[in-house]
Design a binder for this molecule. Sequence first.
Ligand code: F6P
Length: 403
Amino acid sequence: MKKRVGILTSGGDCPGLNATIRGVAKALYARFGENVEIVGILNGYHGLITGEYKEMCEDDFRGILTLGGTILGTKRTPFKLMRVVEEDKIDKVAAMKKTYKDAKLDCLLCLGGNGTHKTANLLSQEGLNIIGLPKTIDNDIYGTDVTFGFHTAVDIATEVIDRIHTTAGSHSRVMCIEIMGNKAGWLTLYSGIAGGADIILLPEQPYDIDRVCAAVERRARKGSNFSIIAVAEGAINTEEARMKRKEWMAKRAEAGYGVTATNRIAAAVQKKTGMETRVCIPGHMQRGGSPSAYDRVLATEFGSYAAKLVEVERYGVTVAMVNNRVVANRLEDIAGKTRNIPEGCELLTVAPAETLKIKTSRCVMQRGVFAFMLQNEPPDEPPKPSESTDEPPEELDSFWGGS
Ligand code: F6P
């Protein structure tokens, strides 16, 4: 039977989107031959709302394995506005359903992060046949051990930390490097460990500035003329951890150090330790360029698994990696949840001694609670997930951007 498969990329881009699109397409052509038609929705959910899409052919998917960005374009279309009718008077959900119908889609593949998955779940509940694919450099999608794009970003951030070491040493400076990751610390933790950062500040472990300064001074006393501090863009201090997000955001705005903690940390370290301090923000460089070999393989695995789900018509799910196996989670089970670094995560025990370990309740256990393993073919119904006893994260929307 002929299948028309829609595909879109939504939210912030990352390396590996094109590799995943290609993986999906190659596997679909392999499984269905001439009986598949692929429709590219442009610029994420925005294109689904405005009806911008194009018929794709096999040639469109050639030569894109190593290409950064997304050939389909992407946009942030915040989930929280999906049900809100704005000035343009467009009912977005109705418009998306109309485009799906007009394009005569049998199913729609949504490549994206947390916000994308919330809208994917909404569309699924509205009766569309949806399959998600987990993309983000933040690695914070619930129910999967890894997302594509993450390891490339780790490589990039690690190289930044490596390079900063030499200039920090030459100038006897403290360097604060701000690493992306939204409200999850995975990217900072991995690159901080891989790059040998001396202090790693994570959103999951609110920091105490006195302890940060003490750690810098301790290193200086032991003969190190420089220190590297890897600061997650979502890092907050212990005082902020006791406040509501709105409150501490307002306090930060008033203090004038910007929306993240990095500049404030650098200023405090310079003042307290007397060491010259600089800030480095690699920013969107962490999302640009070609995917790493690991991400190319992961993207291809995820893409071809999605094609298998299309063949067996297993919808309302998203592709995931659990314990090194590619599986599918129900969208309704993962949408609206975030995967933070759990307390007791092994990597925290190997992180530099100065990594500040302060307990927090914002951690969500990461793995497997509601993944179901696929043997040869997906079963009709995944088992019901067991209830997580972890507290859900207090704030689920994207910190800096929407989705
Ligand atoms: O979710 C990916 C990410 O790069 C986050 O790490 C970061 O907080 C955010 O997107 C930046 O968003 P934007 O590209 O909209 O500035």
